[in-house]
Design a protein around this ligand. Structure first.
Ligand code: NAD
Ligand code: DAU
Length: 353
């Protein structure tokens, strides 16, 4: 079986669902179920023996040791993290704990387990660490895209802790020979994303008749990657990636935030028109995010050249699917927008002009 951490979160849950759609190899899903973890996303696997769920914190060494010993995974795919930049600005401590201490603890448990494996299983073992393009910092409008050799220059507490975890993973390969792989991907979007991130937040607010809060001038650029394409890239890297290497994963879709919001409004105008006016009328410019990175862009040619992966979705097809999914699954979105979510909305948006 494979051990997936953070498999109740957005990308992790999409990965678990995709994995079990294409394979009968079981998944041990290890997740602490923070505000971002939601077992409702995995309810289609309720009676499926191939999905084993363990509620545990990756910072808990004894729990990690026990899970490795009991389930004997052939690979780890490590998604678990605190993932939202704005939350890292309001409360960085949880980010240091989970992203740095948690990854360290998981690496230690994996190393102990891996060291004791018989030689053939030791050779076959993999530890795949899922990271982000944010570790590379911010680009100007004319800079070349991030490549695998771009130096690390993280700017937020979130990206600094992810960079710390990337360095630990790299060091465990160079020092101990642990068979690791790292992926650095751009902004994911698609089904089951928590409505704190740009795209699901805008859809939820638009449908609720609330303002669409665009930070600063709305000209910051992100590269958008459909989550299903990201899951396919991870499967390729896990199967064929070269040990100790890093792979950039991107959608070749650089867009300004305002363009993204406009496209979302236009899609909603077509699919669920308002009684009068356009969803664009709800756009509200608000105070910028402190330290807001201007542009991220990914050069994903290594992954295409070496492993044959490229994204299947364009931004237009991926976004249309995503909007339709949120329209068809409003019950899921209402369920995750719990009391804790309402508190976060007040913390992040209540004080912004
Ligand atoms: P998410 O916030 O939606 O989910 C994170 C999951 O990890 C949740 O299920 C949560 O309960 C779990 N978790 C948190 N702390 C834990 C702990 N201490 N122990 C065990 N489980 C814990 O995140 P996501 O958007 O799905 O991101 C997954 C991974 O991909 C993260 O490592 C993130 O840094 C990386 N990433 C995300 C994006 C993106 O656009 N969302 C882009 C690049 C990289
Ligand atoms: O680049 C990969 C990263 O993408 C991941 O590592 C992170 O886990 C993920 O959260 C994401 O980070 P961003 O900060 O880019 O994503 P977010 O959805 O929070 O914001 C996208 C852009 O939209 C960013 O420029 C800030 C802006 N924004 C965001 C929110 C929540 C707004 O203008 N208004 C908002 O309300």
């Amino acid at each position: 079986m494979i051990l997936v951490t953070g498999g109740a979160g957005f990308i992790g849950a999409n990965f678990v669902l995709d994995w079990l759609e294409g394979s009968d190899e079981p998944v041990l899903n290890v997740d602490k179920l923070t505000y971002a973890g939601n077992l409702g996303t995995l309810k289609s696997l309720k009676d499926d023996a191939r999905h084993v769920f363990a509620r545990a914190d990756i910072c808990d060494r004894a729990a990690m040791d026990e899970l490795f010993a009991k389930h004997k995974p052939r690979a780890v795919v490590h998604f678990a993290a605190e993932s939202h930049v704005d939350r890292s600005i309001h409360g960085p401590a949880d980010f240091v704990q989970t992203n740095v201490v948690g990854t360290f603890t998981l690496l230690e448990a994996a190393r102990t387990y891996w060291n004791a494996l018989p030689e053939a299983e030791k050779q076959a073992f993999r530890f795949l660490h899922v990271s982000t393009d944010e570790v590379f910092g911010s680009l100007s409008a004319t800079d070349p895209q991030f490549s695998e050799t771009t130096p690390c220059a993280p700017n937020s507490p979130y990206s600094a802790t992810k960079a710390g975890s990337d360095h630990l993973v790299r060091a465990y390969h160079h020092t101990y020979g642990l068979p690791v792989l790292t992926t650095n991907c751009s902004n994911n979007y698609g089904p089951y994303q928590f409505p704190e991130k740009l795209i699901p937040l805008m859809i939820a607010n638009a449908l609720a008749g609330k303002p669409l809060p665009v930070y600063g001038d709305g000209q910051n650029v992100r590269d958008w990657l459909y989550v299903g394409d990201h899951c396919a890239a991870i499967r390729e890297v896990l199967a064929k990636g070269k040990l100790g290497e890093t792979y950039n994963v991107g959608g070749w879709n650089e867009k300004k935030n305002l363009e993204v919001v406009h496209t979302l409004c236009d899609l909603l105008d077509q699919k669920k028109p308002k009684a009068s006016g356009s969803y664009r009328d709800q756009i509200a410019y608000v105070t910028d995010r402190p330290g807001h990175d201007r542009r991220y862009a990914i050069d994903a040619r290594k992954l295409e050249r070496e492993l044959g992966w490229k994204p299947a979705e364009t931004f237009e097809t991926g976004l249309a699917k995503t909007v339709q999914w949120y329209l068809d699954n409003q019950a899921w979105a209402d369920e995750v927008a719990s009391g804790e979510y309402r508190k976060w909305v007040e913390t992040n948006y209540g004080q912004r002009a």
